[in-house]
Design a protein around this ligand. Structure first.
Ligand SMILES: *Cc1c(COP(=O)(O)O)cnc(C)c1O
Length: 855
């Protein structure tokens, strides 16, 4: 019989053990090894069987064990130390407080950080992959630095799916239900003790209500909205059922709840706890895009019109785009969006056409997110476009991805070169305390001899071998094998064999099966008599992606072959727990995406923290930080074979095999050099990775870049943007837009010629400004080297000054000097842009008038 309801009976902890609750309910234990060890020691078996979740652990531990612990002086002493440590961590001034004090209070008092997924610990499975793990690492690093973030997300009752395999290697999906009471979740309460709720108006008079759970991530509160509440109808209750499940409308409702409901939850949280209101709003990918329109609505209640409110909202908003892959960007049919907003829906006080316009893809070839929109077709509502239009500061997640994003979204700023699109970049980072194995951390603290380093690598590899065997056995049992048939699993993997890891989600651009291009060549690598390689592979395909499932099946079938199954394994259910073991235990982390579709990639960074070397296509972060001391670059054929994907795969796979055969394996197995039986060059690379690469890949570095480059300027812009200033800026934007057709560069007088190096060219230009005054514009010379077709490379910008008044035809004269400090072909042009102190970027209003090219 099945129970129709379930609940947990919570034991009452004996008085001396009460502080355990405090430790269990703050997720800092997940990156503080001493606290984690203490919690595990409460009941080591229960810790493992309960999924390393201390709240569940404390709910199941026996009264006898609790009584014993309450009388264990050693345990109580450690408990006291851990609790003191947590309290200090939560209250002492940290980097942020010190930096803010030096900067005179310029840093934001609070920052709301919105993400559709958060990967913080395996015990809270609210993530599908890199985006969520990054969000989790962002919160943890914020906590460590003392940055006042408030995380905002959804609580999915089924999380993401759990993966297993059918006997023939087909991905199976399971959706276990999570029970909030067994997790470190606390309901946010109103003053009267009832649960705090937010609600959204849906078409047809329906209401979507969600309760707000709070998770404490060190110093950072994370608010998770949960629509599984009694007052919702069945459809509304299911809005937060799964991460990335369901059809278009389901997804739209999730995103409305995240953006609009999330903003309302932040307001409720600040009202109920006295927390400072956020001055900066950061969207981790476009899914939370509706927070902008929601804030426009809030300002509307204060009597601020749409345009002014939008200017004000943009000032404090940051949008981070995470993928150049069209399928990764949400696009909705405009009529679906229209049905949910306006009359009888949400944000009814906003002008519906203005709202729809914010997400509408521009016409033309450069339209982002898939097929270009053509004249006459309905343009989809694109969440990334919404993000870009509602945030004054935007960024990609590696230098290369910033460049790719500028090209991809250039259509939003017509008239400007793609490189001028206002999208910067902050390269992702990873949270070292979460991803560094305890043994690596201990060794890193002292000086490390080659012998110690090699012993560390071997012991991490050996742990991985045990983990691989246990997971493989469990997988085969699940696939229907009997215990007696599985003796061979004990022979799988060898702690002395070069170990490669490849684990990630399975969208097609990540090319899970590139290594299978030439199965014989792969077999020869695996079975090499002196220099064998062993490979561990893992990854989940999206439930709706049969193509991805076929790739997994192909890999599983290859790995099932008795001839190679001791050297290559596919482990189902890739998640944070498995990831930690793989990153630490592998010698080489393999990544072979289709360049440049990997926006950043972070698994290779986590591997590097443990001295694992990278073997990767130069995409994402590896394009930036590749160094022959840190690993190898797989040469790509992006130019040659872009139109022939099969040929491209074959070329790149061949390059990968060659690297493994001729460089990676020989380097690992070369034990002659220093006479101690150690691979000298390999260890040199491990050391370089730990000493020089690991400090760069940190989430703390990433967060500092966000704080100084994005959060602080956004807070300043937000503070400067009073209702009055916003109204003035909106009026300015409207006026220049109206006058712009009359703006033109009419005449450019060439100066003294011919120029010599170190000399200068004086420029005198005549411009028409329509009805605008010179202070409303910047007239600038754009200068630089020119190539064969006169394109300016790496241009510089020189502002010209207005001299005198307008001539009889109303034209103004601007002058300036161009310094010539580089020999060779040199060119310039002249253009006019709107100028206003509250604009953050020259392309911001999308207006430019350039001198006509000659001829
Ligand atoms: C880091 C991580 C990812 C992201 O890896 P990529 O290299 O960005 O593909 C995905 N899943 C888990 C569990 C991770 O820890």
């Amino acid at each position: 019989m099945k129970a129709i309801r379930r609940f947990s009976v919570r034991p009452v902890l004996p008085e001396p053990l009460r502080p355990l609750q405090e430790l269990a309910r703050n997720l800092r234990w997940s990156w503080h090894p001493e606290t984690r060890d203490l919690l595990r020691s409460v009941d080591p078996d229960g810790w493992t069987s309960g999924g390393e979740d201390p709240v569940r652990l404390l709910g199941t531990v026996t009264a006898g064990r609790l009584a014993a612990l309450a009388a264990d002086r050693g345990f109580l002493r450690r408990l006291g130390v851990a609790v003191e440590d947590l309290r200090d961590y939560l209250t002492e001034p940290r980097w942020y407080q010190q930096t803010d004090a030096r900067a005179g209070g310029e840093l934001p008092r609070a920052i709301a950080y919105f993400s559709p997924e958060f990967g913080i610990t395996p015990a809270l499975p609210q993530y599908s992959g890199g985006l969520g793990i990054l969000a989790g690492d962002h919160l943890k690093a914020a906590s460590d630095l003392g940055a006042p973030l408030i995380g905002v997300g959804l609580l999915y009752r089924h999380g993401y799916f759990r993966q297993s395999l059918s006997p023939d290697g087909w991905q199976q999906e399971h959706y276990p239900v999570i029970d909030p009471h067994e997790l470190p979740l606390t309901p946010l309460l109103e003053a009267d003790g009832s649960r705090a709720r937010v609600s959204l108006a849906l078409p047809g008079g329906r209401t979507l209500t969600a309760q707000i759970w709070q998770v404490q991530v060190g110093r950072v509160p994370l608010l998770l909205l949960d629509s599984s509440v009694a007052e919702n109808g069945p459809a509304e209750r299911d809005v937060t059922d799964r991460l990335y499940g369901g059809g278009s409308e389901h997804r739209l409702l999730q995103e409305m709840l995240l953006g609009i409901g999330g903003m309302r939850a932040v307001r409720a949280f600040c009202r109920l706890t006295g927390h400072a209101e956020p001055e900066v709003f950061h969207m981790n990918e476009g899914h939370a895009g509706f927070l902008g329109p929601e804030r426009v609505r809030e300002l509307g209640e204060l009597g601020i019109g749409f345009d002014a409110a939008l200017r004000a909202v943009r000032a404090g908003t940051i949008f981070t785009t995470h993928t150049p892959v069209p399928a990764g960007i949400d696009r909705f049919a405009e009529d679906l969006v229209a049905r949910h907003f306006g009359e009888g829906g949400e944000l009814a006080s906003l002008d519906l056409q203005a709202l729809l316009g914010l997400g509408r893809e521009p016409l033309g070839a450069a339209a982002p997110g898939g097929q270009p929109v053509r004249e006459g077709e309905p343009a989809p509502f694109n969440m990334a476009v919404l993000g870009l239009r509602t945030a004054q500061r935007c960024n990609g997640v590696s230098t290369l991805h910033g460049h790719v994003s500028r090209g991809m979204f250039a259509g939003l700023w017509p008239g400007f070169d793609a490189e001028e699109a206002p999208i910067g970049s902050v390269t992702n980072g990873v949270h070292a305390p979460t991803w560094t194995a305890d043994a690596t951390r201990r060794l890193a603290e002292g000086s490390r001899s080659d012998t110690e380093l090699w012993e560390l690598r071997r012991s991490l590899r050996e742990q991985l071998v045990h983990d691989v065997r246990a997971r493989l056995r469990a997988s085969w049992r699940q696939r229907g094998a009997g215990q007696a048939e599985l003796g061979w699993v004990d022979e799988v993997f060898d702690p002395d064999v070069l170990t490669l890891g490849f684990a990630r989600r399975v969208p097609s651009y990540k090319r899970l099966t590139l290594m299978l291009q030439d199965p014989d060549r792969l077999k020869a690598l695996l079975l090499h008599p002196e220099r064998p390689v062993q490979i561990v592979v893992a990854g989940k395909a999206h439930p709706a992606d049969d193509g991805g499932k076929r790739l997994i099946q192909e890999l599983v079938r290859f790995a099932d072959d008795p001839a190679v199954r001791h050297r290559i394994v596919f482990l189902p259910d890739y998640g944070m727990g498995m990831a930690r073991s793989l990153y630490a235990g592998c010698d080489v982390w393999l990544n072979n995406p289709l360049r440049p579709l990997e926006a950043c990639g972070t698994s290779g960074m986590k591997a590097a923290l443990n001295g694992c070397l990278n073997l990767s296509v130069r995409d994402g972060w590896w394009d930036e930080w590749f160094d022959p001391d840190f690993g190898w670059e797989i040469p790509t054929a992006d130019g040659v074979a872009a139109a022939e994907p099969e040929r491209r795969d074959a070329i790149e796979a061949a390059a990968l095999y060659t690297l493994l055969e001729q460089q990676v394996a020989p380097c690992f197995y070369d034990r002659g050099v220093n006479g101690a039986g150690l691979p000298g060059r390999w260890l040199e690379m491990v050391r370089a990775t730990l000493d020089r690469l690991a400090p760069r890949v940190l989430a703390e570095r990433m967060l500092r870049e966000y704080i100084t480059g994005y959060y602080a300027p956004a807070a300043a812009a937000h503070r400067a943007m009073t209702a009055e200033a916003a109204g003035e800026l909106a009026a300015f934007a409207e006026r220049v837009t109206h006058e712009w057709p009359g703006v033109a560069v009419e005449h450019v007088e060439p100066g003294n010629e011919p120029p010599t190096l170190g000399g200068s060219v004086s420029l005198r230009v005549r411009v028409a400004l329509g009805g605008l005054e010179p202070s409303a514009v910047e007239v600038q010379a754009v200068t630089g080297r020119v190539d064969g077709d006169d394109t300016l490379a790496e241009p510089g910008y020189v502002p010209l000054k207005a001299t005198g008044g307008p001539d009889l035809a109303g034209r103004w004269t601007f002058e300036g000097e161009l310094t010539l400090n580089r020999p060779g072909p040199f060119g310039y042009t002249v253009r006019v842009l709107p100028a206003h102190p509250l604009l953050a970027h020259r392309a911001e209003l999308g207006l430019v008038a350039a001198a006509a090219p000659p001829g």
